[in-house]
Design a protein around this ligand. Structure first.
Ligand code: ADP
Length: 506
């Protein structure tokens, strides 16, 4: 038996999994840590917490699997974060995370200096507050004494790589989210870095996902109980690693993830860029391929908000019956017809990324009448999130990326009703899979390819990821949604100026 390990440095915790060559999960471990928000809009973590969690999770796995069969470790992690290191590899500042909003000024400065069209031409994406480059400029602007000492800037999982192997390295997918990476040519964009005055030595060498970047050091082996010398592969940022973990490795396949946020993640054979920067274009962890991605900030999060604010009764019944409140809420939603008799929900409870890039956007129920009850509202929430996912899907299609099949993942993907709504909304079959282990699983697959368990990433996914169900669309419902989708889009356009005014009042 051969074993590979996937290690995912997430936002709420670090997850380690061990799987065998058939893809079967042998063991998993989760270690949590806090997120710090010392000012509104700030989101930071201490890299020492990730390190503690990663080593503890690996140590747990080491007690549960035959360690001498471990052929490799693949890394994955939250994207866009910045770890600032000094000359002795010491952490100089808390890591600034993907969801931190402090860099609006630096984003404007980058866009002003380079020009939005040229920026998108250079790095395939516009400047967004979560990306790494504006964080580097923020440190230069606000903490010049610390900035003076910076010698390296690492993404979260690459800091853990340094601690595991002693090597500086990253992968092309994670690097794509820094705004400093030439996504088309799959290398750092030296010209942009000098234009922005960012030292090119800050960034580590980049590798394709299944390439080996080093081996487990004797010191790390001592701390984890794993043998020294195990290859550590480049891996991928968590989006691309999640894409591998759901087998999105061929043209025509995409995934729709309904976690707290929603992600539409499409495979792309060729690099395609949205000139308006509404969807991201990043390198994929499949060597030489790309992916496009739209992000809905409140997807499952919107349903969770609905449950927590308006569904006390369902929660009580669920507690008494030992069931999940979401089952009662989605059962109620199923009682209302498609289109919820004209009730539309905008799910922008935390602003919106794709397609609006609008931090001021807000949620709304539109079209309420005496006819509407809670079932309609529940259905409108599910449909509103599906409308938001369709926004991304339409842009991806518009750019000429083929879409034949969508794979449902995340907590919301467990709901047959939500899958059916998504199928009808996007006129695309929604497929369920035998696995839903996410990014850690994808990272383990990449390690498996490097370790010779599989020939290629595609071969690995074909061997271990299988369809377990398929929800198809029906034309009549799809037509109902076409009509309401137009209303949904129009509703945001007419409300957006009011959202901005309200933000000022607040
Ligand atoms: P996270 O992004 O936090 O990892 P998950 O992938 O676990 O989130 O998804 C959590 C979300 O999934 C919840 O907020 C909820 O909206 C949704 N969800 C979970 N179970 C169900 C269900 N049975 N039916 C519908 N939605 C569900």
């Amino acid at each position: 038996m051969s074993i590979v390990i996937g290690l995912d440095i997430g936002t709420s915790g670090t997850k380690a999994i061990a799987m065998d060559d058939s893809g079967a999960l042998l063991a998993s471990a989760l270690e949590e840590y806090p997120l710090h928000s010392p000012k509104p809009g700030w989101a930071q973590q201490d890299p020492a917490d990730w390190e503690r969690a990663a080593f503890a999770a690996l140590a747990r796995l080491a007690t549960e699997v035959p360690i001498h069969e471990v052929k490799g470790i693949g890394l994955s992690g939250q994207m866009h974060g910045s770890v600032f290191l000094g000359a002795n590899q010491e952490v100089l500042h808390p890591a600034i995370l993907w969801c931190d909003q402090r860099t609006a000024e630096q984003c404007d400065a980058i866009t002003g200096k380079v020009g939005e069209a040229r920026l998108i031409e250079m790095v395939s994406n516009p400047a967004l507050t979560g990306f790494t480059a504006p964080k580097i400029l923020w440190l230069r602007d606000h903490e010049p004494a610390i900035y003076e000492k910076v010698r390296k800037v690492l993404l979260p999982k690459d800091y853990i790589r340094l601690r595991l192997t002693g090597e500086f390295a990253t992968d092309v997918a994670d690097a794509s989210g820094t705004l400093l990476f030439d996504v088309k040519r799959r290398n750092w964009h030296g010209e942009l870095m000098s234009l922005l005055g960012i030292d090119t030595d800050f960034m580590p060498p980049s590798f394709e996902g299944p390439e080996i970047t080093g081996t487990l050091s004797a010191k790390a082996a001592g701390r984890t109980g794993l043998p020294a010398g195990i290859p550590v592969v480049a891996g991928a940022g968590d989006c691309a690693a999640g894409g591998i973990g759901t087998g999105v490795v061929r043209g025509g396949v995409l995934s729709m993830s309904l976690g707290t946020s929603g992600v539409v993640f499409a495979f792309a054979d060729e690099v395609k860029t949205d000139p308006r920067g509404r969807v991201h274009t990043f390198c994929h962890a499949v060597p030489g391929k790309w992916h496009m991605m739209g992000v809905v900030l409140s997807a499952g999060g919107a349903l969770q908000w609905f449950r927590d604010t308006l569904c006390d009764a369902e929660c009580t019944v669920a507690r008494n019956t030992g069931k999940d409140p979401y089952e009662y809420i989605t059962a109620a939603a199923a009682q209302a017809p498609a289109g919820a008799e004209g009730l539309t929900f905008l799910p922008y409870l935390t602003g919106e990324r794709t397609p609006h890039k609008d931090p001021f956007a807000k949620g709304a129920f539109i079209g309420l009448s005496l006819r509407h009850g809670k079932a309609h509202m529940a259905r409108a929430v599910l449909e509103g999130v599906a409308f938001a996912m369709r926004d991304s899907l339409e842009i991806i299609r518009e750019l000429g990326v083929p879409v034949h099949e969508a794979r449902a993942t995340g907590g919301g993907g467990r709901s047959p009703l939500w899958r059916k709504i998504l199928a009808d909304m996007g006129r695309v079959p929604m497929v369920t899979l035998n696995v839903d282990e996410g990014a850690a699983y994808g990272a383990a697959i990449l390690a498996g390819v490097a370790g010779g368990l599989y020939g290629t990433v595609e071969e690995a996914c074909d061997a271990i990821i299988h369809e377990t169900g398929r929800e198809r669309h029906d034309d009549i419902t799809a037509k109902v949604y076409d009509a309401w989708f137009a209303e949904y889009q129009a509703a945001y356009q007419s409300l957006a100026p009011g959202f901005r005014r309200a933000a000022k009042l607040l």
